[in-house]
Design a protein around this ligand. Structure first.
Ligand SMILES: [Fe+2]
Length: 417
């Protein structure tokens, strides 16, 4: 997927601030590194070797590839430039596991990643162990002069790996959803519960508001610069749109009413025969949905998931509402007036993914991370049930192409006053 927002802005995280001793800073980064790396392996551990090589569509990548690619990222951007003693684990791997960094050299075709049965899982595990040891050594031994730069890249690598942790789950769910035996990723998996409380709409504070990342903590460069936006008189739904509301849309022939749809959306819905959200299917006369816990009945009270921008937009028109813009969403979230902003479903906004005023990508390969994707995609805000702990922010900008629906993507509505 194109979404891999990363921060070439090289902002200082809390652990880089000078009030800590260098040894304290080393300990913080080593701990963070080990925790994030372990989370990737924890997510992959529920998959068989066969599960880990499958690529169910061009936009999805095999789990084994995710595990290797995030490792290559540390090798390419941290170890090779900053550790003269480091030796590349395997000279063939950069070609296989570079994703889209043109400046970092040629790369294997993305849609064919599932053909790479070798290196096998054990070799990828060895690659990870080799890089883990080298990064731990670098953290322990980096000089005072190089420490800030090295820890900054460690931090980028960890946020990058967390993004792939989410994709590891979205991609394997897509693969499992193609399998008529309805494989279960985690039999213990439970959907996060939406917050209760009053429904309805709440006023977003109108006027000029600062939008974007503020403070010294980490952010991706696409969240900068902080800038002013004029928020109109608008109300935003406290809650996410639910499956029950989506069932009304289906019952009212929402999928077959062209006046509800953008032209591109209508064409896509027709070509792909959309009749319900992604992963929904009828079984024994009732709607079921493929989840990380396998095929389960659609819970009417749960927020809808796996809808594209086109569907979200059509639903909003059906409801006589709109999707919020990203400044409206961010202002509402900053004022804590909406429920379930985080942790269930990314929420489509009506905002195109564009640079904020004054945005500049940095020089070099890491500058490819975000800026070059700022066309033809739409922004989603919040986070999802698959987003790893510590990876969400109120200013976070996720982005996907309008037809995409294999992510945990939902929506909340807005209405102008
Ligand atoms: Fe990546």
């Amino acid at each position: 997927m194109a979404r891999t927002g990363m921060s070439p802005a090289l902002r200082k995280g809390p652990a880089n601030r000078p009030r800590r001793s260098l040894d304290q800073t080393r300990a913080i980064w080593l701990d963070a590194f080990q925790r994030v790396r372990a989370e990737t392996e924890k997510r992959a551990a529920l998959l068989s070797a066969e599960d880990q090589i499958v690529q169910s569509m061009a936009d999805a990548s095999p789990a084994k590839w995710h595990r290797a690619h995030v490792t290559w990222f540390f090798e390419q951007f941290l170890l090779v430039p900053h550790d003269p003693a480091y030796r590349i684990f395997d000279e063939r791997f950069p070609f296989l596991f570079n994703s889209y960094y043109v400046a970092a050299g040629p790369r294997y075709a993305r849609p064919q990643r599932g053909l790479i049965t070798r290196p096998n899982g054990a070799e990828v595990a060895a690659y990870r162990a080799h890089v883990d040891a080298a990064v731990a050594r670098l953290i322990a031994e980096v000089s005072t002069e190089s420490a800030e730069r090295v820890f900054t890249i460690v931090e980028i690598g960890l946020h990058h790996e967390q993004q792939h942790q989410e994709m590891l789950l979205t991609d394997i769910l897509h693969a499992f959803a193609q399998n008529p035996t309805d494989p279960v990723y985690d039999a213990e998996w439970q959907a996060p519960r939406a917050r209760l409380g009053p429904r309805g709409y709440v006023d977003v504070p109108a006027g000029v508001h600062a939008i974007g990342h503020d403070g010294d903590d980490f952010c991706f460069d696409n969240e900068t610069p902080l800038h002013d936006e004029l928020i109109p008189r608008v109300r935003i739904a406290r809650h996410l749109v639910t499956n029950a509301e989506w069932l009304e849309f289906i019952s009212a022939s929402g999928y077959t009413t062209p006046s509800l749809w953008l032209s591109d959306g209508w064409t896509t819905a027709q070509n792909e025969n959309w009749q319900a959200p992604g992963y929904w299917r009828q079984k024994d006369g009732a709607w079921h949905v493929m989840t990380l816990g396998g095929l389960r009945p659609v819970d009417p009270a749960a927020p809808v998931q796996h809808v594209s921008y086109y569907e979200a937009d059509a639903f909003a028109r059906f409801a006589g509402k709109h999707l919020p813009s990203e400044p409206e969403w961010e202002t509402a979230a900053r004022h804590d007036i909406i429920a379930d902003a985080f942790g269930i479903a990314w929420q489509w906004t009506r905002s195109a993914y564009l640079p904020y005023p004054g945005y500049r990508a940095v020089e070099g390969a890491l500058g490819e991370y975000n800026g070059k994707f700022m066309v033809s995609q739409m922004v989603l805000r919040g986070s999802s049930l698959a987003t790893p702990e510590g990876h969400e922010r109120v200013s976070y900008r996720n982005f996907f192409y309008p037809p995409a629906r294999w992510q945990f993507s939902g929506l909340r509505l807005a209405e102008f006053i």
